[in-house]
Design a protein around this ligand. Structure first.
Ligand SMILES: NC(=O)C1=CN([C@@H]2O[C@H](COP(=O)(O)OP(=O)(O)OC[C@H]3O[C@@H](n4cnc5c(N)ncnc54)[C@H](OP(=O)(O)O)[C@@H]3O)[C@@H](O)[C@H]2O)C=CC1
Ligand SMILES: O=C(O)C1=N[C@H](C(=O)O)C[C@H](O)C1
Length: 233
């Protein structure tokens, strides 16, 4: 498969390594919004910056190139991207987190929220920890976790960074040197705390998931999720 890497930073470089190991060729690697011919690629993988992702994604739709996006912090435009994909008969997968481990964790989170919805004595909170170069907070993964709890748990209707409001899930976002990504969901009562946690040991799990998603998407049209790719849950 001929791959375009839209964003050649920490993730772009890790994806390049994994893609080559799996027999693919990188035909474009760019940190710019133009200056390349996207039609050279069978599939594009966007891990760029929040204010570039939407433009990069819709360019792929216009040129008939399937696109995977892992960029976080641009979701105000997500509905518009989905609609444009359908209009242009494109192929698109966005995931806030491409790792197999986090996608299993997403399912655990949903099941736990469903169970805890019936038990009033516990309050939920989320914590995410990332490296200090991260541009967005809270992380895309923390937002996915929070939205999933909201859909399963009767007591919550919103999330917010460090909120103390009723019905709002508080998210704490910490930035420390060299942390690839840690997410924890805790339910606390007066007597105890239940925590589920995922800790990424490196960026390789995210990169492998993105390449697997690209392999899966290359001959399809439509908008999909990692749940479709991994067939879990
Ligand atoms: N979904 C997932 O599984 C994961 C998602 N992410 C997300 O992926 C994104 C990238 O992360 P990471 O690689 O760590 O970040 P980096 O900052 O290391 O890389 C981003 C790259 O995008 C480049 N860039 C800037 N503008 C454009 C543009 N218009 N088009 C293409 N590239 C551009 C930057 O170039 P320059 O430095 O020159 O500005 C930089 O090299 C983040 O949003 C992060 O949250 C990260 C890990 C996993
Ligand atoms: O910026 C990162 O590094 C990461 N971003 C994603 C997010 O915002 O959830 C996924 C992962 O946690 C690493």
């Amino acid at each position: 498969m001929k791959i375009a890497l839209l964003g050649y930073g920490k993730m772009g470089k890790t994806i390049e390594k994994i893609a080559i190991q799996r027999g693919h060729t990188i035909v474009i690697k760019t940190n710019d919004e133009d200056g390349y011919d996207i039609t050279q690629a069978d599939v594009a993988i966007d891990f760029s910056v929040p204010n570039a992702a939407f433009f990069n994604i819709i360019k792929c739709f216009k040129h008939g190139v399937p696109v995977i996006s892992g960029t976080t912090g641009w979701l105000d435009n997500f509905k518009k991207a989905k609609a444009l994909c359908e209009e242009e008969n494109g192929a698109f997968i966005y995931a806030s987190n491409f790792s197999l481990g986090v996608n299993i964790f997403f399912e655990l989170n949903k099941q736990l929220a469903k169970m805890m919805s019936k038990i009033e004595s516990y309050k939920v909170s989320l914590e995410e920890i990332h490296h200090t170069q991260k541009l967005d907070a809270p992380s895309g993964t923390a937002i996915t976790l929070a939205e999933s709890i909201i859909s399963e748990h009767d007591s919550y209707s919103d999330w917010s960074l460090l909120s103390k409001k009723e019905n709002t899930i508080p998210i704490s976002a910490k930035r420390l040197d060299d942390v690839s990504g840690t997410h924890a969901v805790s339910y606390t009562s007066n007597t105890d705390t239940i925590t589920i946690e995922h800790e990424a040991h490196s960026r390789e799990g995210f990169a492998l998931g993105a390449v697997i998603a690209a392999e899966w998407l290359q001959d399809k049209t439509g908008v999909y999720t990692m749940k479709d790719v991994l067939n879990i849950g």
